[in-house]
Design a protein around this ligand. Structure first.
Ligand SMILES: Nc1nc2c(c(=O)[nH]1)N[C@H]1C(S)=C(S)[C@@H](COP(=O)(O)OP(=O)(O)OC[C@H]3O[C@@H](n4cnc5c(N)ncnc54)[C@H](O)[C@@H]3O)O[C@H]1N2
Ligand code: MOO
Length: 479
């Protein structure tokens, strides 16, 4: 079985952050202990290559997280009604929401002591000494069903109670109907007695009031991600509305003059746009409201025109493509002179990256500052970069208590080589033996391989050869 290692650092950084550190855009990094720190995770049987000075995944994640951190203050609370009808009517409104403030339970769950079984409520002390040879016989009291008001228990009786029914005051245990003699409830109006051939411990099959959550107790902490169970327990306490964080509004601009929408005819050399769709879904799953506006031009002025029109309505710009070393790199050309830095992370895929506080004028000439994260255009590079940097940074900015995916480790199913100068994030699946099988090669155009994978497998910087059985870190990407 794969072992779980719930540590914050995924990848291993090379230098600790100091309180005075600033990032590439001049923003001061948070002081105190860095949230993501170097943890040596060298598996013993992996051969290590030479380590150069590299920008690690942790280094880059720390800076992207710092860039997005001020978003938190802008994501004010909004009220969300909670009901099955509201959720069924507008499911998108309820997906991937984050609680804005601690939620205190308005009532106790369960609200009253109730029965966990269909059976007889009794006073346990009255069954002391009951045996098959000498059963204890009690008169049957009027039946209590779920939804009936509570009753007061009379000594010397056993009260038929159904699952969820209030246990009558004074009774302290429930005996399942199967253990009663006879093992069926008397008919309506029938005067009867019931016998018990064994003692019962006090508290048996009684669900005490407040045993799940007490009134006034913390129900869910600020930063909780709301899924079915969370909405369920909120409704169960009787709460009808909650405060959630406003979604970050993300302007998603995939670039490239050769890119076209599916459904249109392609000229030679053109390709369909996979990145806009994949990243729209990925950003939505990270809680964002996404505006996908592709830029089908490699001309920086076209991109700047699009940004001038839409920047002010958004909290974050995510671009895809146009960041490497070609003749015209539209994102570099347009954003480089306006506050965004471009660099290489020692990671494959996802080497070329950009981020910073973009400063430009809107259509009316008013200055706008917008955090920008610029991902490389190869589809696998874009998605892996999203996983490694943007997803955790966005989740941190929304105050989520667990911004990172759970990191686990498992043995490699087969041997493979790795470039020692780069972290590798290979795509793979866990096989039936719990070992990691790679899917496809390392190249970053292999989107189908990514789409049929369920995990990202991390091979650290310095590793040249992985043998079958070497333990590697991985995290799931299928949820
Ligand atoms: N001389 C160098 N060339 C390249 C380097 C380098 O360091 N030196 N880095 C390589 C790496 S690594 C990557 S990753 C890419 C990044 O390139 P860009 O961010 O500039 O992206 P593009 O050139 O625009 O596109 C790359 C690739 O991906 C395809 N693409 C782009 N957008 C989409 C989309 N929306 N849907 C589907 N496919 C898309 C595009 O057609 C290209 O094939 O640069 C390397 N080159
Ligand atoms: O490193 Mo690029 O992001 O793979 O192809």
């Amino acid at each position: 079985m794969p072992s779980a290692t719930l540590i914050p650092s995924l990848y291993g950084g090379r230098r600790p952050a100091t309180p005075a550190q600033t990032n590439l855009t001049g923003n001061r990094l948070p002081s105190g202990p860095p949230p993501l720190r170097f943890v040596s995770r060298a598996p013993p049987r992996i051969r290590w290559g030479r380590m150069g000075a590299v920008r690690t995944i942790d280094d880059h994640l720390r800076e992207v997280t710092a860039l997005l951190a001020p978003l938190a203050a802008r994501l004010e609370a909004e009220t969300l009604p909670v009901s099955g009808a509201a959720i069924a009517t507008d499911p998108a409104r309820y997906a991937h929401r984050v609680l804005a403030a601690d939620l205190v339970s308005p009532s106790a769950l369960p609200a009253f002591d109730n029965s966990q079984m269909d059976g007889y409520a009794v006073v346990a002390a009255e069954l002391t000494g009951a045996t098959e040879a000498a059963p204890v016989r009690l008169a049957v009291a009027p039946r209590i069903a779920a939804g009936d008001p509570g009753a007061t228990h009379r000594s010397g009786t056993a009260t038929p109670v159904m699952t969820g029914a209030p246990v009558p005051q004074g009774a302290d245990a429930v005996v399942q109907i199967e253990r009663a003699i006879p093992s069926r409830f008397p008919a309506d109006g029938e005067t009867a007695t019931v016998s018990f051939a064994a003692a019962v411990a006090p508290g048996t099959f009684v669900r005490p009031a407040g045993s799940d959550v007490a009134a006034g107790e913390l129900l869910l902490a600020a930063g909780s991600e709301l899924r079915g169970p969370q909405y369920g327990v909120i409704a169960g306490t009787g709460a009808t509305e909650i405060e959630v964080r406003r979604r970050p509004r993300v302007l998603l601009v995939s670039t490239g003059h050769e890119i076209r929408d599916a459904g249109t005819a392609l000229a030679p050399g053109q390709i369909y746009d996979a990145n806009t769709v994949a990243l729209t879904v990925a950003l939505q799953a990270a809680g964002c409201a996404v505006t996908p506006l592709p830029c089908r031009s490699d001309d920086a002025s076209d991109l700047l025109g699009l940004l001038a029109e839409h920047a002010a309505d958004h909290d974050l710009l995510v671009t895809v493509g146009g960041v490497s070393a070609g003749v015209r790199e539209v994102v570099r050309d347009a954003l480089g002179p306006r506050g965004v830095a471009f660099m290489k992370v020692a990671m494959q895929p996802g080497g070329p990256q950009g981020f910073g506080m973009l400063r430009l004028d809107d259509e009316e000439g008013a200055p706008v500052a917008l955090p920008a994260v610029c991902l490389p255009g190869n589809p696998v590079s874009a998605l892996v970069s999203f996983e490694a940097f943007l997803r955790p940074a966005l989740r941190s900015a929304q105050g989520l208590t667990a911004p990172l995916r759970e990191l686990r480790s498992a043995p490699a199913a087969h041997p493979f080589d790795s470039p020692p100068t780069h972290h590798q994030l290979r795509r793979g699946v866990l096989n039936d033996q719990g070992a990691l099988e790679l899917v496809g090669g390392p190249s970053s155009h292999l989107l189908h391989s990514y789409a049929t994978s369920t995990v990202l497998v991390h091979v650290p910087v310095g590793v040249t050869t992985v043998a079958a059985g070497d333990r590697l870190d991985y995290w799931r990407i299928d949820g």
